[in-house]
Structures are given as C-alpha cells and as structure tokens.
Design a protein around this ligand. Structure first.
Ligand code: S3P
Length: 444
C-alpha cells in the first residue's frame, strides 16, 4: 500500500562507499527498551535509541498510558517506570503506525491490563496476520479480538487473569515469542515457548538485564509470572538491519572500503554476515565487545566479487529483515542465488518476494519469485531511465535495497513510495551521501 506522501529517491549511478558510518540504533532493541523500562520499577536511562517512526510509536503508546518519558534527545531517553501494574487506560485507540513489532509485542504485554484497549495501524500493518499472537494469547486466557480475517484492529478486553502456557511456535517468530513472554510476566505459573529454529533473543537478554529471571534450555525459553523488573541503564547498538544495506553496497561497488561502527552482531541477527561471507564478501569484525548485554563490533567491509549460492534455510530467521539487501547482492553476483524456506517474507511490511522480484526485473535482472523464496540470476543492473520507476510499495527495506543497487546500475534509478524509510532509518539519504552514494529525495 502506498504511503500518503509519495517521497521518491533518485539515485545517481556508480560510485563506491568509503569512510566510517554509524547507522541508527537497533529497532528491535529500541522497542523493547521502552516496553521493559515502562513496566519496570524505578528509572531507566537508555542511549542509542532509534528515533524512527516505529520505535516512536511504541514510545508514544506508553506516554499515553501514563509513563513519563524524557527525550529522545540525540538517542537518549529517561523513563520513569510505573511497575507491572502501573499503566493507565489511554483515551482512544493506540496507533502503532507501520510497526508490526509494536502491535504484536504490545498485544501480549497489555493482554492482562484491567482496562480495554484498541491497537490500530496503518494500511500495511492492518493487512498483516495477527492470529499468530491472538490465538496463543487466547490459550493464556486473554481476550484479544481481530477483524474477521485475523488482522488489526486488535481489541483487548480485561480478563480476570492469565495463566502460563507451554507453546510450540508454529512459525519461527521473535515477535510471537516475545509477545507471549511479555504476557507471561503477568500470568500465573510458568510460560515456556519452544522455537523450531532460534529467533532473535533480545527480549530474553533484556529481561535478564532488568533483573527478571529467564531460563533457556535448548530450543525452549521459560519464565514465571509475578516477578518484578528493576530499572537499569541500556546502551542500544547500531542496527545490523540498517547496516546490511551498506554491507551489500560496499561489497558490490568496486573500490569500496567502509567501517560501520558499533553494530549489534548478536548471533540470532547475524545471518546477513554469514550469507554475504558465503557469497564471497570481505567482511571483518573488529573490536568485538558487549554493550547492554548485546554483542557489538565495528564492521569493515571491502568490495569483493560475489558468487551466487543456495542460501541455507537455517540462516533465514537470522537474516529475515536483510533479504531485500541480500537480493541486491545476488543480482550483482556471478551465477544463481536460490532462497527457499522464506515464506514469511510475503507477510512483512510488503510482500518482499514480489516487490523485490518486480524491481529486479525492471532493472533487467532475471528474478523468479517462488512461494517460499526466489531464484536470482546475477547480471548487469540496468536503470529506470525512461520513466519506469521502481515501486517500493511503501516498504522501507525495499526502498533502501534499490537505492543501494544504484551503485552498480548503468544509469539513474528512481524509486517511488519511500516515505517509510523514516520508520527504521531516519536520515538514510544523508548517511548514504556521507559515504559516497548520492540520493536525491523529492516529493512527487
Ligand atoms: C522482530 C522480529 C521479526 C522481524 C521484525 C522485528 C522483532 O519479525 O522481521 O522486523 O523485533 O521481534 P517476526 O517475528 O515476524 O519474524
């Protein structure tokens, strides 16, 4: 679905990426930092917070439920936690904008509140599947209604209490896992979630940082309701999902040598590094350290000749948000790249398999969408000269992926419906320009 305002990117072809860059804070961790500090006891101080529309939607929701939050000022927040039982009824629905993470995690966190709540989203979010959270929440005793087709708005009704469940995730989803763990904080007894494949574990790590006991045994993670969280200090790393565009850009643009500073390299998020390395990328992790309970490094990336690969399915959940960028790497690689086991890409902010296949085809690349993946044959990237622009379908990551493709395009690339880049990477065009990719933004 298109955004109301049609922001376009006009990308000049060629060039390379050089210098140093710190991309904005991690989106997943930013959401969780506000959620947990709001329901903690005492004050939390957060730095590196992503000031993008998605994380700001989460922040605004807690303000409307009576939580005092100072900032964000240059990524710093001070949150005065109200404790697990201290949230107040907001007036009117809570608007989650474009953010699936806000809606799914808050459905769990808010399922046990003693007041009714309605969660709404923009047209893209209002098409995304919500039964994956509302059904297991129902098993816990929550009453969360969706539209007849299982989408937002979500209507949460007060219930007498929640009970812990043991639940096997049918799809590998950190949002579902996190939603249930957050509901589990309010539930009687133990909540245990088993995952078929390991998904991002930021919720578990951050609960631990807030002093809440979380137990992991193999594929199962458990917590017991009724404890308390204590306010703390958190340092949020730069987002590997935003860094991914530059990892790909520097890999495909000859002469590139780029340093990305302070990027989160949590192994449950590092699939893009593993996949790009398997394709031949020259990626070096420097000064590995821990920040706020999360592994972080500076990442040096230099251009390299990439080759097509069969992407291992076990890497899919670890790189789930990075596929638009990885598809651009595949388009510039020698030979064929094949992705399977990634049907989830069809229910992201857009149908990313379709949107990327369409745009790549427009650039003259053979890209064959499949139910659960795609085949891409590397080749020469053309241009959109002649007025046939690429449609980002309002999807921030599709827009940024095609902007990066400009580095190897034979002529200018024009991308429409890019306003949602603001959801995860405010200032993307400026950051890209700092390291060598010229993007003109214009309103059409
Ligand atoms: C997220 C989990 C992933 C990811 C999303 C953020 C999270 O979604 O795509 O951008 O913060 O938990 P799924 O849980 O639907 O895979």
């Amino acid at each position: 679905m298109s955004s109301v305002m049609d922001l376009r990117f006009q990308v000049a072809p060629g060039g390379c990426l050089r210098g140093r860059l710190r991309v904005p804070g991690d989106k997943s961790i930013s959401h969780r930092s506000v959620m947990l500090s709001a329901i903690a006891e005492g004050e939390s101080r957060i730095s590196g917070f992503l000031e993008g529309a998605d994380a700001l939607a989460t922040l605004a929701a807690f303000r409307r439920m009576g939580v005092e939050i100072e900032g964000p000022t240059a990524g710093r927040l001070r949150v005065r936690g109200v404790g697990l039982q201290g949230l107040r009824a907001p007036e009117g629905p809570l608007d989650m904008g474009n953010s699936g993470t806000s809606m799914r995690l808050l459905a769990g966190l808010l399922a046990a509140q003693p007041f009714p709540l309605t969660l709404v989203g923009d047209p893209s979010l209002s098409r995304r599947p919500m039964r994956r959270v509302t059904e297991p929440l129902g098993m816990m005793g929550a009453q969360v209604d969706t539209s007849p087709v299982g989408t937002a708005p979500l209507i949460l009704r007060p219930v007498a209490g929640l009970r812990g469940i043991h639940y096997q995730l049918p799809v590998p989803s950190a949002q579902v896992k996190s939603s249930l763990l957050l509901a589990g904080l309010y539930a009687e007894g133990e909540t245990c979630i088993s995952e078929p494949v390991r998904t991002r574990d930021h919720t578990e790590r951050m609960l631990t940082a807030f002093g809440y006991s979380v137990r992991r045994q193999g594929a199962r993670v458990c917590l017991t309701g009724g404890g308390r969280l204590s306010g703390c200090r958190l340092e949020i790393p730069a987002d590997i999902s935003s860094a991914a565009f530059f990892l790909v850009g520097a890999s495909i643009a000859p002469g590139s040598d780029l340093l990305l500073e302070g990027v989160g390299i949590n192994p449950t998020r590092a699939g893009a590094i593993n996949i790009l390395r398997a394709m031949g990328a020259d990626i070096e992790l420097i000064d590995r350290r821990l920040a706020g309970g999360e592994p972080v490094a500076d990442i040096r990336v230099r251009s390299a000749q990439l080759k097509g690969i069969r992407i291992p399915e076990d890497q899919v959940p670890l790189a789930i948000d990075e596929f638009p960028a990885i598809f651009i790497a595949a388009a510039c690689a020698e030979g064929e790249t094949r992705l399977t086991g990634a049907a989830e890409l069809r229910v992201k902010e857009s149908d990313r398999i379709q949107a990327m296949a369409e745009g790549l085809t427009r650039l003259g690349i053979q890209a064959e969408p499949q139910t659960d993946g795609i085949r891409i044959l590397g080749g020469r990237l053309g241009s959109t000269r002649g007025g046939r622009e690429i449609d980002a379908h309002g999807d921030h990551r599709v827009a940024m992926a095609f902007a990066i493709a400009g580095l190897r395009a034979s002529g200018p690339v024009e991308i429409r419906d890019c306003a949602n880049v603001e959801t995860s990477f405010p200032g993307f065009a400026g950051s890209a320009a700092e390291v060598g990719l010229a993007i003109q933004e214009c309103q059409a």
